[in-house]
Design a protein. Structure first.
Length: 226
């Protein structure tokens, strides 16, 4: 059986919208366990979610904290979520959190590698794309709140329309050109530019729909891609 390798950016808002969504986390755990029994391997980069934004918001209420320090707060939140995921998968997961480029260079005897944020200036989207490039994996799956890329913020604009397929050039036209801590868009601009440079496909999907994720893994659903 051919071994397949996947990179997933698991949005923090999916596992921790306001508190840890243990029901979802349990379903995701069981889903991935079934997939690795087939011989598949996963690098899962976890976002910060509510924990990150809560700390970043609190810091701004007290002091004019710098963007860099806000980023570090978010990064440490991603590490906390990453340790949670690693603990859940236990022996199937590499015991080292992938929190620095080249810290982990291969799967070794493990089926799962869990990553967190790395350094200020980008999000875990970028980390996922960079890891995929380094591991020579040409597709990244971003699991978050939206089930598509939209023409505008679908939570604020009722006229926002889903875009089922688009080029990186077109995507970069509709998002902010620079990164700021807490920026909430399907793929951050730093990650998008890297993915464009590496000619990489990124699939954006609703993290809660695991049936859809299964189809994406099997390449039966390629609607929401760049």
């Amino acid at each position: 059986m051919e071994e397949k390798k996947f990179v997933i950016a698991l949005g923090g808002s999916t596992i921790c919208p306001e508190k840890i969504n243990s029901d979802y986390l349990g379903r995701f755990f069981r889903f991935i366990k079934k997939e690795i029994k087939k011989g598949d391997k996963f690098i899962i980069v976890v976002g910060g979610g509510y924990i990150a934004r809560n700390y970043q918001t609190a810091s701004l209420e007290i002091s004019q904290i710098s963007k860099k320090e806000r980023d570090w707060l978010g990064i440490h939140a991603t590490k906390l979520n990453a340790y949670l995921l690693k603990a859940v998968f236990d022996k199937e997961a590499c015991p080292t959190i992938f929190d620095k480029r080249f810290k982990i260079k291969d799967f070794g005897k493990y089926s799962i590698i869990v990553g967190s944020g790395w350094e200020p200036g980008n999000s875990t989207d970028y980390v996922a794309v960079r890891i995929a490039s380094d591991f020579k994996i040409k597709r990244v799956i971003i699991l978050g709140k939206p089930d598509h890329v939209y023409t505008s913020d679908f939570e604020k604009d009722k006229n926002a329309k889903p875009i089922e397929k688009m080029t990186w050039r077109d995507y970069l036209k509709i998002i902010p050109s620079s990164w700021s801590p807490g920026l909430s868009i399907p793929i951050d601009p730093i990650a998008a530019r890297l993915a464009k440079k590496e000619n990489m496909e990124v699939v954006v999907a609703n993290g809660k729909d695991l049936n859809n994720l299964k189809m994406i893994l099997e390449k039966k659903n390629l609607r929401e891609r760049l």
